[in-house]
Design a binder for this molecule. Structure first.
Ligand code: NDP
Length: 433
């Protein structure tokens, strides 16, 4: 870590993992002797590159592209691409590091990676986004491939961007290599349920945690942040399971709708019109918009933070606890600051870390890779059932590891230990490489 002094998000993610695995290292001194920890915090490969493109006014623009290929010990590098102005090396490294353990937890044979750019798709025309994606892929293509590195979407990279990126790779390489990207359209190699999988999975995980205590989502008020891919499908699944999803947000503020979020309206505004969240309140009489404020001041039983890292502060956690929150399932990556996580755990709130709760997306990506390799297509129902099983397995792996290491109900420690052990065992077996 001394090599990364200016990477606070990466340091935060590493401390969170290393702070929980000491009991495993005591039982397995061979991990320490083999330098597993020294190796695991150093990416296998880091790629940074210039992405020049020309905007609609004919002006040259330059962004920076990243791909951090963190670990391929369990399978080809796998992890999303993020396009957001806040993207920097620290953020991509934290996401890539988390991805190693998340992917291990899915049990699917995929390594860990992350990439992206400080490009902001907001307010850009389709033609500008396409030119950017083509320039981005004109460098990244040489580092990808179905057996090497398989990206997917993340913040700012949805169906439109994936289409342009995939098309560009196909053109440059002269190969229709379906399995080199996941999250594709279902008409051209994409798997059913991949779009829904992260949001659905985070809600399934909440359901699993509640079931341990003979509780369910039925009749619960659910608070969700964000209004992108993860948030939209978390709202849909929570509603289908009998809960009322009452909030959504974006970087301008949040809406609260006690009648339950109208998903068709939200999708129209966010997916079709690419508008701002205030529009939802303008068109729905049961909703109000709060500019700036924190969505976590709204009383809810279940919280599914689904926007971005460090969006839930200690004050937010205290407000949720004071309002009687029962469970928190992280749809986003590392949305709760460490003090907020500690506060939830001390208050007895069921808390699921992102690397377990949002692993449904990448798990379904691995199912997409399998379908591409075998030229099969699974139905929506079969794929959703498989996702539900995978989320139950991830829950059980984290739950049992927490029990085994005498921190029952601590899903943070349980998920870290279960994921770490799978990676460490493979690293040990494969030697010092
Ligand atoms: P989207 O781009 O579809 O949506 C992101 C949402 O979060 C938008 O509503 C956006 O609002 C909001 N948001 C982003 N950054 C900020 C910010 N700095 N402050 C406030 N709001 C913000 O992304 P996804 O839904 O795909 O991703 C959301 C989270 O889930 C991320 O942490 C991602 O890493 C994680 N995740 C996603 C997976 C996937 O399959 N898509 C898989 C696993 C994890 P605005 O438009 O105003 O920026």
């Amino acid at each position: 870590l001394a090599r990364s002094p200016h990477e606070p998000e990466f340091q935060q993610a590493v401390h969170e993992v290393l702070g929980t695995i000491a009991p495993v290292l005591e039982q397995h001194p061979e991990y320490v002797e083999a330098g597993i920890l020294d190796r695991i915090v150093e990416p296998e490969r880091q790629i940074m590159f210039r992405v020049p493109w020309v905007d609609d006014a004919g002006k040259m623009q330059v962004n920076r592209g990243y791909r951090i290929q963190f670990s391929s010990v369990l399978g080809p590098y796998k992890g999303g691409l993020r396009f957001h102005p806040s993207v920097n090396l620290s953020i991509i490294k934290f996401l890539g590091f988390e991805q190693i353990f998340k992917n291990a937890l899915t049990g699917q044979g995929i390594g860990g990676a992350k990439g992206g750019s400080d490009f902001d798709p907001h307010g850009k025309s389709d033609a500008e986004v396409m030119r950017f994606c083509q320039s981005f892929m004109s460098e990244l293509y040489r580092h990808l491939g179905e057996h090497t590195d398989v990206p997917a979407g993340d913040i700012g990279v949805g169906g439109r961007e994936i289409g342009y990126l995939f098309g560009s790779y196909r053109k440059i390489t002269n190969r229709h290599e379906s399995g080199m990207f996941t999250g594709k359209g279902t008409g051209w190699g994409g798997a059913e349920v991949r779009t829904e999988a992260t949001g659905y999975g985070a809600v399934f995980f909440a359901q699993e945690m509640l079931a341990v205590h003979n509780e369910s989502l039925d009749g619960k008020r659910v608070g969700i942040s964000g209004s992108g891919n993860v948030a939209i499908y978390a709202i849909q699944k929570a509603t289908q399971l009998g809960a009322t999803a009452v909030t959504a947000s974006d970087s301008s503020g949040y809406v609260v709708d006690d009648a339950g979020i109208d998903l068709d309206l939200l999708r129209q505004i966010k997916e079709v019109e690419r508008g701002r969240i205030v529009e939802y309140a303008n068109r729905r009489s049961s909703a109000r918009f709060v500019e700036g404020g924190s969505v976590w001041e709204v009383p809810v039983d279940i919280a599914v933070p689904s926007a971005t890292q460090n969006e839930v502060s200690l004050a937010d956690a205290e407000a949720l606890i004071a309002n009687g929150v029962r469970a928190v399932s992280e749809g986003a990556n590392m949305p709760c600051v460490p003090d907020a996580v500690a506060a939830f755990q001390q208050a007895g709130v069921l808390f699921a870390p992102g690397k377990a709760a949002n692993a449904g997306g990448v798990a379904t990506s691995a199912l997409e890779m399998s379908q591409n390799a075998s030229r099969q297509r699974w139905s929506f129902g079969d794929s959703e059932n498989k996702l539900r099983e995978i989320m139950a397995d991830i829950h059980d792996a984290a739950f049992q590891a927490a029990d085994k290491y005498e921190v029952p109900g601590d899903y943070v420690t349980g998920a870290n230990i279960a994921g770490f052990q799978r990676v460490a065992t493979a690293m040990l077996a494969q030697g010092v490489i």
